[in-house]
Design a protein around this ligand. Sequence first.
Ligand code: SAH
Length: 469
Amino acid sequence: MNGLVSLIGAGPGNPELLTLLGKRRLEEADVIVYDRLVNPAMLSPFVAEKIDVGKMPLHHKVSQYQINDLLVDLSKQGKRVARLKAGDPYVFGRGGEEGQYLSKHNIPFEVVPGLTSAIAGLAAAGIPITHRDFASSFHVITGHRKANGEELDWENIAHQEGTIVFLMGMGELPNITKQLIAHGMASDTPVAVVQWATHWKQRSISSDLANVVQTVEKMKISSPALIVVGGVVQLMGDLQPHRPLQGLHLLVPFKQDSKLFHALQDEGAAVNFFDRRVKQPLAFDLPDFDAGGMLIITDFAAFHYFQERLLTMGIDNRALANWKVVACNHIVKYRLQQDGLLADELYDPNKIDYQRPVVFIGERATLAHYNTTDNTDKADYLATYQSEAINQNIDLNDFHGIVFPSSASVADLYTGSTSDQRDLMSHLHCFAMGKTVADECQKLGLKNVIEVKPSYDNVIQMVKKVFAR
Ligand code: SAH
């Protein structure tokens, strides 16, 4: 059976500006086919195969014909396809053509609308597309001339009441301003240009028809951008959002419903994720619980798998009644407590009583760090899982800093990175939540490590301090 193709609008860029239906379709998809303007941060949470068919200006990566055929092929393989397009799929960007092609080939498809940059992108720069005092209509126009060089109906456009928004217009800006003035629009009509709206690198300028070309050159504003012509541009001064971390691009470890992501985004930072290593549970023998002894828990995930094992054997934490429970650090202790288990003490290698059974539990490779003392043969090392690194597919040039909430997160990014990525990483600001995490960063050679007391508030305060402008 042919799989459903969903033409999904990704919105202007900020990953939280996706619709709920769009999000669900991305979760359900087998494959996501996405464009150049789609923010990569939006794709991180989804496990589907991802195909980039983005087109760079003047450097067409995949032709529209190839994209059309790809969608049909994937659907015929029975795959659920999410065709993710910037803004709204039916506002320029050829969504309508893709729909027609699918329809012609009897492929089931639907459209999931998105917030168009023509409206939402303006708002992000403080421009309401209509306003009672300035504009009671709006007109969205492509600035891209057809291949045959045919001109737009400038006479008509220049005499419209309301806001005019040009998409794909940057290459034509001199012509646009010239034509509007030539057809009677006042040369002091306000004009704004908004580049990369709602992305971390959003920039905007305001000017007027006579001067905007010069302003844009001076400020080096280029595509992708929205050109806005009309009185509403004057409202930018009042309505432009000013958030403390605006313009910052930070990297955090991926977590579903990450509180850190939300906390940073709410302050205006743009946040992207790196992938965590995959945890693979391992088979292991449970200790003889009757003997009693010391159970040393090196990380919480290890205990989680340990507990799962207990449950499958029909027992629970009460089996540990005769055991001293030792947490390797404060975070493990805290997580255990949240889980209903009070650790008796924190790990101190000098305070282990080897007269009684000693069992370490942890991740396979990490356990080796604990397995170096002279007492090695007196303890048991139970690896309850192992971590498998994933290649980190991120351009670290694009970031200002990384937040590491745990030592494992440091290792996750580091082990999955190439040596070039590691070089870049070593110069980024790394916010380490707690001393253990900072130590781990330093051990791996990161040079710009900032230790922060482990709470999201502290992270935000410190990020503000470091990047104060
Ligand atoms: N379907 C999209 C438009 C696709 S055409 C939408 O509804 O927004 C591509 C053009 O859209 C770009 O050349 C640029 O003019 C505009 N655009 C899209 N996203 C943008 C963004 N985040 N910031 C500024 N312009 C954007």
